[in-house]
Design a protein. Structure first.
Length: 353
């Protein structure tokens, strides 16, 4: 069926070559989807998606020059700046998210790297959110090893820090920090025993080889990130990447499938960009092995599908939420019934068919 030996599919490896990853990306689409969904079911519950909630705790005025980002101080995007939120206000937002059924709360800040005083306040936020019984995630820019330990001590579960693209293409997108800076932060986060959330952005004008290299770099990290967010560029007027040629949707789906094959145990998040994706494209992404999304009408500063659209999508696709409390599962999809004949026949089995 394909030129790849079966051992390639589903092996937990950290030594992928560029040619192997490019070979996977170039498979006939339907072969790629089939293999990705097979590997997915060896490691994850079928038809099940993890939901995260995002809050921007400090917005805009970022000194970095990331060409995609509406929060950089260098670009006129009309974004309203907001100082670091008060701890009590974050607690209240987390409480609301919890009441709506969220189990993981992600806090994002437009920093190059947090200052000591800022980190103290954010550590207090983490403690408060943790005390509500929620999982915590933060994305605050570069961290030193000591800062990562401080966040771990406060009870942080996940740290998000993306590689964004390949090392070769990176210089076209960001000049104010290096690829190695990013790898150093990821190493500090791992050393502090935090879970790693790390992925990238597609549709920035990168080549297929760049996408292969991003995925290869993620998979060849000493440990696979627990979460791999794959963002489609959200084009924001005023940023240098506004007006970029849009990526062929099938190329995006391919990248999700290859992320699934390279990092079988990770949650692959269909992250930014869902607002402009058709339901059919999102369905292909779930088929390709995506099993996490951001839920709620806003990402950090840009839009996300509204809750009703997601509820309807989950219902139409027969998807359910992962281990969430009953109320969010009910909001999203009350209809999944494991007594269906296909479930009884082992169709939903977590082991390979
Ligand atoms: N300032 C911190 C940093 O850069 O690590 C944390 C916040 S930053 C907004 C988090 C991630 O959001 C970025 O690494 C990037 O991958 C993603 N992102 C930002 N703007 C985006 C856009 N317009 N489209 C897609 N993803 C975007
Ligand atoms: C990630 O990879 N995507 C999220 C999260 N990590 C923090 C952020 C997407 C931001 C999209 C642009 C915005 O809303 O500002
Ligand atoms: Fe700043 Fe993060 Fe946006 Fe880059 S991606 S400009 S570091 S907020």
């Amino acid at each position: 069926m394909t030129a790849c030996p079966p051992a390639v599919f589903g092996a937990i490896r950290h030594d992928w070559s560029r040619a192997e990853v490019e070979g996977l990306l170039a498979l006939p689409l339907l072969d790629l989807l089939l293999q990705a969904q097979r590997v997915h079911r060896e490691h994850h519950a079928a038809n099940t998606v993890q939901m995260s909630t995002l809050l921007s705790i400090k917005t805009g005025a970022c000194p970095e020059d990331c060409a995609y980002c509406p929060q950089s101080v260098r670009y006129e995007t009309g974004l309203e700046r907001e100082a670091l939120m008060e701890v009590a206000a974050v607690r209240e937002r987390a409480q609301r998210a919890k009441a709506a059924g969220a189990t993981r709360f992600c806090m994002g800040a437009a920093y190059r790297s947090p200052k000591a005083k800022e980190l103290e306040v954010i550590a207090a936020m983490v403690r408060e959110v943790r005390a509500l019984g929620m999982e915590t995630c933060a994305t605050l820019g570069m961290l030193t090893p000591a800062q990562a330990l401080e966040l771990k001590a406060a009870g942080l579960d996940y740290y998000n820090h993306n590689l964004d693209t390949s090392e070769e293409f990176y210089g076209e997108i960001i000049t104010t920090r290096t690829y190695q800076d990013r790898l150093d932060t990821l190493a500090a986060v791992r050393a502090a025993d935090l879970k790693v959330c790390c992925g990238g952005i597609l549709g920035m004008g990168e080549s297929p080889a760049d996408r292969a290299e991003l995925l290869r770099t993620l998979a060849n990290l000493p440990e696979h990130p627990e979460s791999v967010p794959i963002n489609q560029l959200v084009q924001v007027a005023g940023t240098p990447l506004a007006g970029s040629a849009s990526l062929d949707p099938f190329e995006f789906v391919r990248a999700i499938a290859v992320a699934r094959l390279l990092m079988p145990r990770s949650h692959v998040r269909l992250s930014a960009g869902r607002e402009t994706m058709s339901d059919e494209m999102q369905a292909l992404c779930f088929m390709a092995g995506a099993n996490s999304i951001f839920y709620g009408e806003k990402l950090l500063t840009t839009g996300n599908p509204d809750v009703e659209r997601d509820r309807r999508l989950f219902e139409r696709l027969g998807l359910k939420t992962e281990e969430g409390p009953a109320d969010i599962a009910a909001q999203i999809s009350p209809a999944v019934d494991d007594e269906r004949p296909c479930a009884r026949a082992g169709y939903h089995a977590e082991t390979a068919p």
